[in-house]
Design a binder for this molecule. Sequence first.
Ligand SMILES: CC(C)(COP(=O)(O)OP(=O)(O)OC[C@H]1O[C@@H](n2cnc3c(N)ncnc32)[C@H](O)[C@@H]1OP(=O)(O)O)[C@@H](O)C(=O)NCCC(=O)NCCS
Length: 181
Amino acid sequence: MSADSPYEGRLIRLRAREPEDEPQLYTWFNDAEVTEHLSLRYPVSHAQERSFAEGTTVTGYFAANFAVVRKDTGELIGGVELKDLSPENRSAVLGIAIGDKRCWDGGYGTDTMRTMCRFGFEMMNLNRIELEVHADNARARHVYAKVGFQEEGVRRQALYKAGRYQDIAIMGLLAGELRLE
Ligand SMILES: CC(C)(COP(=O)(O)OP(=O)(O)OC[C@H]1O[C@@H](n2cnc3c(N)ncnc32)[C@H](O)[C@@H]1OP(=O)(O)O)[C@@H](O)C(=O)NCCC(=O)NCCS
C-alpha cells in the first residue's frame, strides 16, 4: 500500500463536508441524469440538502462521509461514504456519486474509489467493503471491477424505477484485493 496521504489519490482529495456545499448538492441531486443510478427518486428541497450537508460535517468512524474535490482546482465534484459500519465484522457499505457530469469518464470516479477504499482499509481497519449497483449501471460496474470488487450476488428485480424493474448486483472487496493500478 502507498505511504502517500490517506486523503489523496492521483486526481482527487477527500475532505470533510461543509454547509456551503449545499447549493451544489441541490443541483446535482435534482438532475435526473445524476440520480438515474442512485436510490434517489423524489425531488429534493434546499431544506433537505441543508440538513444533509449540516448533518454530515462532523466526521468519525460511524460518519465517514466525505466531499470529493479535484486536486488541481479544489472544485467540489462529488461525494463518497462508508456507511453501515460494523466493528465486529470490520465491514462497511460504500456509496459514491461524482455529481459534476463534466468529470464523468475523466478518471475521477476510479481515483475516488481507490482513495476511499484505501482509507477504509488503512485508516479504519476494515476487512471488507461492499456495495450495491444497479444492473444497467455499466460505467459504475466497470469501475468497481477495475479496482478489484467482485460480483457476489444479484438481488433480482430489487429496484423499480423509471417504469421498470431492474436487478441490483452486490459487489465486495476484501483487504488486500484493492487494485491501485
Ligand atoms: C459511476 C461513477 C462513480 C464513475 O466515475 P467516473 O469518473 O465517471 O469514472 P472513470 O472516469 O474513473 O472511469 C470510467 C470507466 O468506465 C468506462 N465506461 C464508461 N461508460 C461505460 C459503459 N457504458 N460500459 C462500460 N464501461 C464504461 C470508461 O471507459 C472508463 O473505463 P477505463 O478507465 O477502463 O477506460 C460516476 O460516473 C458517477 O458517480 N455517476 C453518477 C452516479 C452513480 O452512478 N453512482 C454509482 C452508484 S452505484
